[in-house]
Ligand binder design. Structure first.
Ligand code: NAD
Length: 300
């Protein structure tokens, strides 16, 4: 046996199959934060998704730990700086759920434009009142964060015949049908904004009151990346006064919500939240598990 692996969150069984001849594996997908602190000292590798946080405390007690593997995209639930200080490798699975996130994002754009949530909610109560929306055709889609998912969204959204603009502070490539813009231009000109940024655990909000004030009247905001891209307390004002006509998000600041502004948002008709479903497809979960296993084997 090479070493001991602790899997802390639900991950497709192919991960265990791929590692089983090389590692001793403990699968504990519901482990509590306290239990993790108690046992982490026994493991060489720990695998987490979003639920489990690998904090400074966890790392301090991880005497043998060589690899922290995030079975997903982004490492904002891991104290990566402290892991680096302790010479622990942090690996993740970039690109593994892009297709699934793109599909849910396009669905969310249509949901925001056509009040589909409200319509379905109404017909469940046998209320067939018609709700008017807008077409996406001819509108401007602004992509905030033009990485793997942002690029794949514009490719897929061509079907809507929209105009595409994108902002990213990094030197990324833009296809000729996407106009590179500043953050201010993106806020002022987008009819629909899709947020697709990466965030670290300590990244500041990108959209606070001064940025939100620049939004185009009636904009639809779709967020399938991280809730912390937006200051939720500041955003509430613009959802109430209609400047933001719809907020459709797969991510929330607390999942489940606990702050007053979050609970108020959940009660609003123009706020439609899904419970972090972006990568929750059979196909994406399998790709994530395979990439995570390969990452562990390669880094061992
Ligand atoms: P990526 O790293 O390929 O691209 C992210 C881009 O965001 C990068 O180009 C980066 O430069 C840019 N960026 C960072 N800070 C920015 C800022 N302040 N303003 C504008 N752009 C900024 O990542 P990806 O694979 O495209 O993933 C994007 C996001 O989607 C990540 O946050 C990831 O965690 C999230 N995600 C969510 C789900 C879900 O279940 N909803 C699933 C997969 C990925």
């Amino acid at each position: 046996m090479y070493g001991k692996v602790l899997i802390c969150d639900p991950v497709d069984s192919v991960l265990r199959e791929k590692l089983s001849d090389k590692f001793e594996i403990d699968y504990n997908p519901e482990i509590s934060a306290q239990d993790l602190l108690n046992v982490i000292g026994n493991y060489d590798v720990v695998v987490v998704r979003s639920r489990t946080k690998i904090t400074r405390d966890v790392i301090s007690r991880a005497k043998k730990l060589k690899i922290i593997a995030r079975a997903g995209i982004g490492v904002d639930n891991i104290d990566t700086d402290y892991a680096e200080e302790k010479h622990i490798k942090v690996v993740y699975a970039p690109g593994s759920s892009t297709e699934s996130v793109v599909e849910i994002t396009l669905a969310m754009m249509v949901i925001g434009a056509r009040s589909l949530f409200k319509g379905i909610e109404n017909t469940k109560k046998n209320n067939f009142t018609k709700l008017k929306g807008i077409e996406l055709e001819g509108k401007t889609l602004g992509i905030l964060g033009f990485g793997r998912i942002g690029k794949a969204i514009v490719d897929a959204a061509k079907v809507f015949k929209m105009n595409f603009i994108a902002y990213d502070p990094m030197p990324v490539e833009y296809p000729e049908y996407v106009k590179k813009v500043s953050l201010e231009e993106l806020l002022q000109n987008s009819d629909v904004i899709s947020i697709n940024v990466t965030m670290r655990k300590d990244s500041p909000y990108i959209l606070n009151d001064p940025e939100l004030a620049k939004l185009k009247e009636g904009v639809i905001i779709v967020n399938t990346s991280r809730a912390r891209a937006i200051n939720g307390k500041d955003m509430l004002k613009y959802l109430k006064n209609g400047k933001i006509s719809a907020f459709v998000s797969d991510v929330f600041w607390n999942e489940p919500a606990k702050e007053d502004y979050e609970l108020e948002m959940l009660s609003m008709d123009n706020v439609m939240i899904t419970p972090h479903l972006g990568a929750q497809t059979k196909e994406a979960q399998k790709r994530i598990a395979i990439m995570t296993a390969d990452n562990i084997i390669n880094e061992w």
